[in-house]
Design a protein around this ligand. Structure first.
Ligand code: NAP
Ligand code: HSE
Length: 428
């Protein structure tokens, strides 16, 4: 039997306590599968006195995660604090400088500093693993960087934020408002410390940036992602989409084009009968397309204590077995700088607008769309509310540029109130 593997665990919240639970419950299984005893030497969190439901007195305590990262009795530093700066970053850097392997669930940190951290880890011959950072319990990092290593990846698509999927599906099923669902998602342990990262699409974009790097051999380029969150989606949109056979999902798409790397994270309509349309609650789905393998679909719990801790422990087990991989699938120094490219691919769009109750109003909108080269596929007008009528339009395939021209012109017609909502329809 090889020597025991000792963890330093920073962060004892949803994920951290999930890791403690697995290590306690599955000690024998982990040893049988890795050939090593896996134990926790020391832990760190903000509040030592907090009741965490189980006694942690058998572990040494450090107030400062940086001190934990440097301890002699720590072989792997497990960072489950969160945040792209501050203690998480300082402690991960300290761990690498002290020759410790690092396992983290922190997508924000890697989306912002992944390249520098990967170079630091690889220059020291250390493992920096982040399976839990993308899509919770789904082993998508391993699938992409190892299982599909022989493929040129052509496209990555997916729903990768559990909170947003939970809110969108519960809004439709229960007719519940945003705030009630926020509280429910919080109780399930889905929310980021700053929930604006979830509903603003930023958390999902952090994840997409990491997947793109592995898929396309480019440096992590979070800044190059077009991001739109779900905050402006109303119950009306959800019901209107359902009426027309669609579901609204916060969808990420990344693909390499001749012009550069296209990455977008935005609410889209998907057919309700499609695998993505069927996703409910905190479930995530990632669709990977490779030249040799074709399409792979991964589906599972994208957030919460058990699923995320499962992914953390998968990384720990790999390190215990001595399995080595490059952080982003290729040596970090060989990753190319990404050139961001906007999507030029035409797609149908869903439009919602409030039309003033005036003669010829609908004709004006149709004419503006026609002038911009945007053709109408379907249209619905609902009953008047005060002096406005909600109008929904599904267009034939059009480019975003043509649609933007039409939306701009609509603002000058004098018959549309406010800004129309425009959501892309994706057939994945
Ligand atoms: P959490 O429940 O808020 O827990 C964060 C932990 O970090 C807490 O134990 C907190 O201490 C500790 N902490 C915060 N600031 C600290 C500081 N300055 N010094 C020391 N400890 C500090 O967060 P979580 O949901 O477990 O998420 C942890 C990480 O996993 C984040 O990067 C998150 O993005 C990622 N992640 C989460 C999920 C999920 O489903 N929750 C899924 C995938 C990835 P106290 O407990 O004393 O306050
Ligand atoms: N807040 C994240 C989500 C946690 O809702 O998906 C998992 O990364």
């Amino acid at each position: 039997m090889s020597k025991p593997l000792r963890l330093g665990l920073a962060g004892l919240g949803t994920v951290g306590m999930g890791v403690v639970a697995i290590i306690r419950k599955q000690a024998e299984l982990l040893e049988a599968r890795t050939g090593r005893t896996i134990s926790i030497s020391a832990v760190s969190a903000r509040d030592r006195g907090k009741d965490r439901g189980v006694s942690l007195s058998s572990y040494a305590w450090e107030d400062d995660p940086v001190a934990l990262a440097r301890r002699d009795d720590v072989d792997i530093f497990v960072e489950l604090v969160g945040g792209d700066e501050g203690p998480a970053k300082q402690a991960v850097e300290a761990a690498l400088a002290a020759s410790k392997h690092v396992v983290t669930a922190n997508k924000a940190l890697l989306a912002m500093h992944g390249q520098a951290l990967a170079e630091a880890a690889e220059s020291m011959g250390l493992q920096l693993r982040f399976e839990a950072a993308v899509a919770g319990g789904i082993p998508v990092i391993k699938t992409l960087s190892e299982g599909l290593a022989a493929n040129e990846i052509t496209r990555v698509t997916g729903v990768m934020n559990g909170t947003c999927n939970y809110i969108l599906t519960r809004m439709e099923a229960e007719g519940l408002g945003y705030n009630a669902l926020f509280d429910e998602a919080d109780k399930l342990g889905y929310l980021e410390a700053d929930p604006n990262l979830d509903v603003g699409g930023i958390d999902a974009a952090h994840k997409l940036a990491l997947l793109s790097s592995i898929a396309f051999g480019t440096q992590v380029d979070f800044a190059g992602i077009e991001i739109e969150g779900i905050k402006f989606i109303t119950l009306e949109d959800i019901h209107a989409a359902a009426d027309m056979g669609y579901k609204i999902k916060l969808l990420g798409v990344a693909q390499m084009t001749g012009r550069g790397l296209e990455q977008r994270m935005q609410p889209c309509l998907v057919p309700e009968t499609s695998p993505l349309g069927q996703l409910s609650g905190g479930t995530n789905m990632i669709v990977l397309e490779g030249d040799a393998v074709g399409q792979i679909v991964l589906r599972g719990a994208g957030a919460g204590a058990g699923p995320t801790a499962s992914a953390v422990m998968a990384d720990v087990c790999d390190i215990a077995r001595g399995h080595q991989v490059f952080v982003f699938g290729k040596p970090a120094k060989t990753l190319r700088e990404a050139i961001p490219a906007l999507s030029l691919r035409a797609a149908p769009y869903y439009l919602r607008m409030a039309l003033k109750d005036k003669p010829g109003a609908l004709a004006k909108v149709a004419s503006v769309l026609g002038d911009a080269g945007v053709s109408i596929d379907r249209m619905r007008q609902y009953g008047h509310e005060d002096d406005h009528a909600p109008v929904l339009i599904v267009t034939h395939k059009t480019t975003r540029a043509d649609l933007d021209h039409a939306l701009e012109a609509m603002g000058h017609t004098g018959v549309v109130s406010g800004t129309p909502v425009a959501l892309r329809i994706e057939e994945v």
